[in-house]
Design a protein. Sequence first.
Length: 160
Amino acid sequence: MNRSVVIGLLALGLAGLLALVLGLILGLWPWPGPGGVPAAAVTVIAQPTWTPTSSPTPADAAQGTPTPIPPLAPSPDEIAVGRFVQVSGTGGDGLRLRTAPGLDAPVRFLAREAEVFQVADGPQPGDGYTWWYLVAPYDPQRAGWAVANYLSVLPGTPPP
């Protein structure tokens, strides 16, 4: 056989193999449709605002009415009822929310890392941990008891 014929057949074979590989890649690759990739939906949850309460008037002091001492307000980074908290520090594993405070209580669901909840009750001690009852602001059915170790108060959350 002629050397140029062999080279021509090899080139033709390589071109055919390249066309086959490209056809497989283009045919099997999941390309977006004519509408493109759908946009992600984002729901913005408005943060509640803090309203100051009225202070006692001088008339109350003149009558000798005892003024009750209000409980100390928690610090801005302290978990408290009414505040919004975020699941954090789980390394992406999420946080188990349970039916009651304690490690033996059944798990209701797994909260995702960075998921936001409002504190509705607590604190309750149990199994060496401090537990808080959390409710998702977007779904009241998504609620349960969680360990405080994996919760952080959202900045700007007003005191209860």
